[in-house]
Structure formats: structure tokens, C-alpha cells
Design a protein around this ligand. Structure first.
Ligand code: FMN
Ligand code: SF4
Ligand code: SF4
Length: 412
């Protein structure tokens, strides 16, 4: 059986799946339930002194949208959109922080970890919250920079979230790193222009890792009533956002070699594997647990284990970054031998079907008298016709094959 353990920021985790800072990590009972369901770690819901963020949580609203953008009730589809608004932990931070010691002790008994998560409204509160969290015995702290800039910076970084500015990210990260002796993970926002630049600022300031990343904000409307869902702008995410997140996981892994906790878009274990292959060491699972229940965790963990066993990966590290390391440069793509589309006229349903003709934008496929007419010299091998053919009647092969080679290609 595969070894599921990973080392992240110098700490051993029994598997690569942890729970994100979210409602399933907002109470002692919920955190214990995550641990009972096999989580290797749980990041607590953000601890903050900002009263407005507790008020927001007490007025949380959640909606699930389907792929047509309509609110659904009942069964959650794989490609859901979670449209929701909540804030940080509801309790006063001094009360809540005391629970951290209890949950950390429980986690330790079960071979798991509780990870802190803080966000502050003033500069002096960032190191203070970090220190209070460290004193509870947690092995690392995530700092949530998907937060408004501190009040003292009203004129300095106007209108930004901290993690939209490399300078602000550097300053806050440095304050936190200097205040404590455990690793600091910086949580990025996808609403920055260049997440790699923000990650670099975090690295330069001493961060041990980055979490890539929090969620986007969105705006969704019930067009039957002309009213925005749940009152207006809200956080938005779901499994569909995964490729956008992975673009940054890939870039930060490739350009900075930083340790990454992947977050934003994981539904099941196959998604988690994709994060690992892109360069994330550990994966945070959030929305799907809110919608499917914390009992969904063993499925995600089991999926990863099953994938490793069936694909012959002995360790998680054997999958780490493998896809990112295979990315071709544009020059390599330009120099690759060109392909050409070949049509199997026996399988082809022309003229009932004309999909490939409609989708060839290079004038290489046209309506012939009895069959699809190909103008081979125009084909650039883009593969779009192959993707849209509903009858599996197209094969891609090297340019200018002989008739016998084409025959062999079409029976493959
Ligand atoms: C309802 C909800 C509440 C969240 N609360 C927090 C929070 O308090 N602190 C934080 O750092 N991230 C918070 N997040 C962001 C999640 O930790 C996570 O980064 C994000 O949901 C993307 O992961 P997912 O696709 O698995 O949900 C919240 C997300 C949701 C949906
Ligand atoms: S591979 Fe692209 S260019 Fe060639 S025939 Fe198909 S759609 Fe046209
Ligand atoms: S899409 Fe396929 S079936 Fe349809 S015309 Fe083209 S090759 Fe024939």
C-alpha cells in the first residue's frame, strides 16, 4: 500500500488532505469531527479582533448554483458553484483562542494537527494574534491576507486587499514571522494581478509556504425576479475554478520552488492528485465539506490512496510537481512535428453531421459531394475537429501519411 504521508513546512502529516479555514473548522466539535474523519490537519476558521467580520458570520448566507447559474436545492452536482457570504470566527478572539489548545491536544492524540489562521484589522494585532495562536501549541499558522488592509494604512494601500500588494504582503508577513518561532503560511487571494509576485514577497519576508489560494468575489442574479442572490456580492467558487488555481500553483512551484498548500476547487481525490502533480504539497478541502458533510473527507483521502495504488506511486512525493516539470516551452511546441486530421469516412455520418466542418477555422474541411472534403495543406493540426466529432471518426497523425499508413492509423 502507498505511503500517504507528506512533510510540509518541516512537519509530518499522515496524508496530504487537510481541512481549509471554513465553517467545518469553526468550532471545537466540528474540528474534532474533521479529525475523526481522517483529516491530517485542520486550519481553524480565521481568528480576528475585527468585530465587523464576526457580525458578518452571524449573518452568513449560502447558496448553491447549478451550471445554468440557478439556485438549486437537494443533491449537489459535481460542478456546483458555491455562492456564499460569511466572515471570520464568531466568538471574541480571546475566548476562541482558548479552544485551540483543546483541539490541538485532540489532534495530537489522533496523529493530526490543528493549524492556526489569523487576520487583523490593525498592524499591532497581526503579531499579537500570531503569538497567542503559537502559545496554544499549534505547529504552524496560516495568515489570511485575503483581508482588507489594516486601518493604519488607510492612505498607503487604498482599496486593496493585503495580498493584492507585494509591499503590504511583505510588511505583514515580516511582522508575523518575527513574532513567532513556528512556520508562517501566507494565504493568497486570486484577486491579485500577479500571485507569483505576491508569493515572492511572502518568501522574501520569511514565509515557509503559501496557500494558493482563497476565493474570488462574484455577483449572481435571479433573472426571474431581477434580484441578486443572497443580497449581492459574495464569495464564489467550486470545482470549475480548479484550472485557474492550478495555473498559479504551477507558476509558484516552477518559478519560486515554494512549499504550497493548494486550495480552491477540490471536489474529490482526483482533484487533489492534480494539485499535487502541479506542485502543491498539501491540499485544503473546504466548500465540498460544507455541501456534502464532513463525512466526505474519507472519500477524498481514499480516492488519493486508490489512485496511488492503481498508478504505482509509492509515495505522495513521487507525484509532486511531475506535471509542472513537463510543461513545454512555446519554442518546443513550435518545433514539434505538425499533425494532420484524417477522417474515417466509414464511420463518418456526413451529411447528417457536419460538426467538424463548422469547427475548422483554417479552411481545411469543407462539404464535398458525398463526403467531408479535406484540404490537407491547410490543416494546422489544432485537433478541434477531433474533439468535436461525435462519432469518433477522426484520427490525428503525422502530416502526409501514405494510404496504407492512414489505413493503419484509422483502425487504431
Ligand atoms: C463559507 C466559506 C467561509 C470561509 N471562511 C474563511 C475564513 O474564515 N478564513 C479563510 O482564510 N478562508 C475562508 N474561506 C476560504 C476557504 O478556506 C478556501 O480557501 C476556499 O473556500 C477555497 O477552497 P474550496 O474550493 O475547497 O472551498 C471560506 C470559504 C467559504 C466557502
Ligand atoms: S485539425 Fe484543426 S485545422 Fe486540421 S482539419 Fe481539424 S480543425 Fe481543421
Ligand atoms: S464531425 Fe465526425 S461524423 Fe461529423 S462530419 Fe466530421 S468526421 Fe464526420
Amino acid at each position: 500500500m502507498a505511503d500517504m504521508s507528506v512533510e510540509f513546512c518541516g512537519v509530518k502529516f499522515k496524508n496530504p488532505i487537510i481541512v481549509a479555514s471554513i465553517e467545518p473548522s469553526n468550532s471545537v466539535d466540528n474540528i474534532k469531527k474533521c479529525i475523526d474523519n481522517g483529516a491530517a490537519g485542520v486550519i481553524v476558521k480565521t481568528v480576528s479582533e475585527m468585530k465587523s467580520m464576526s457580525t458578518l458570520t452571524k449573518h452568513s448566507k449560502y447558496a448553491i448554483l447549478n451550471d445554468k447559474g440557478k439556485i438549486i436545492r437537494g443533491k449537489v452536482p459535481r460542478n456546483f458553484t458555491f455562492y456564499s457570504r460569511s466572515g471570520y470566527i464568531s466568538e471574541h478572539y480571546e475566548e476562541w483562542i482558548a479552544y485551540l489548545t483543546e483541539t490541538q491536544a485532540y489532534a495530537a492524540q489522533h496523529g493530526a494537527h490543528v493549524i492556526g489562521n489569523v487576520s487583523a484589522g490593525t498592524l499591532d494585532m497581526w503579531p499579537k494574534l500570531c503569538k497567542m495562536t503559537e502559545d496554544c501549541g499549534v505547529p504552524m499558522i496560516e495568515i489570511n491576507l485575503h483581508s482588507p488592509y489594516p486601518t493604519e494604512w488607510a492612505g498607503k494601500y487604498p482599496g486593496t486587499l493585503i495580498a493584492q500588494s507585494p509591499e503590504a504582503t511583505y510588511e505583514i508577513t515580516r511582522l508575523c514571522v518575527e513574532a513567532i518561532n513556528i512556520p508562517v503560511i501566507v494565504k493568497l487571494t486570486p484577486e491579485a494581478i500577479d500571485l507569483t509576485a505576491i508569493a515572492k514577497a511572502a518568501k522574501d519576508a520569511g514565509a515557509a509556504a503559501v496557500s494558493v489560494n482563497s476565493r474570488f468575489k462574484g455577483f449572481a442574479t435571479d433573472i426571474d425576479t431581477g434580484t441578486p442572490y443572497i443580497g449581492g456580492v459574495a464569495g464564489v467558487g467550486g470545482p470549475w475554478v480548479k484550472p485557474i488555481t492550478l495555473r498559479w500553483v504551477h507558476e509558484i512551484y516552477s518559478q519560486l520552488g515554494m512549499e504550497i498548500a493548494g486550495s480552491n476547487g477540490i471536489f474529490d481525490g482526483r482533484d487533489a492528485v492534480e494539485f499535487i502533480m502541479s506542485g502543491a504539497r498539501i491540499m485544503q478541502v473546504g466548500s465540498v465539506l460544507m455541501l456534502k458533510g464532513i463525512e466526505w473527507l474519507p472519500k477524498v483521502i481514499g480516492d488519493v490512496e486508490k489512485f496511488m495504488d492503481t498508478h504505482g506511486y509509492d509515495t505522495v512525493d513521487a507525484m509532486y510537481g511531475i506535471s509542472s516539470r513537463k510543461v513545454a516551452t512555446l519554442q518546443e511546441l513550435f518545433e514539434a512535428s505538425p499533425l494532420q486530421a484524417y477522417i474515417d469516412h466509414e464511420k463518418c455520418k456526413f451529411p447528417i453531421c457536419t460538426s467538424c466542418i463548422k469547427n475548422c477555422y483554417y479552411d481545411a474541411l469543407n462539404e464535398g459531394e458525398e463526403q467531408v472534403a479535406s484540404t490537407e495543406k491547410n490543416c494546422i493540426g489544432c485537433e478541434l475537429c477531433w474533439n468535436v466529432c461525435p462519432w469518433d471518426a477522426i484520427r490525428m497523425g503525422p502530416k502526409d501519411l501514405s494510404p496504407s499508413a492512414i489505413e493503419a492509423l484509422l483502425v487504431e
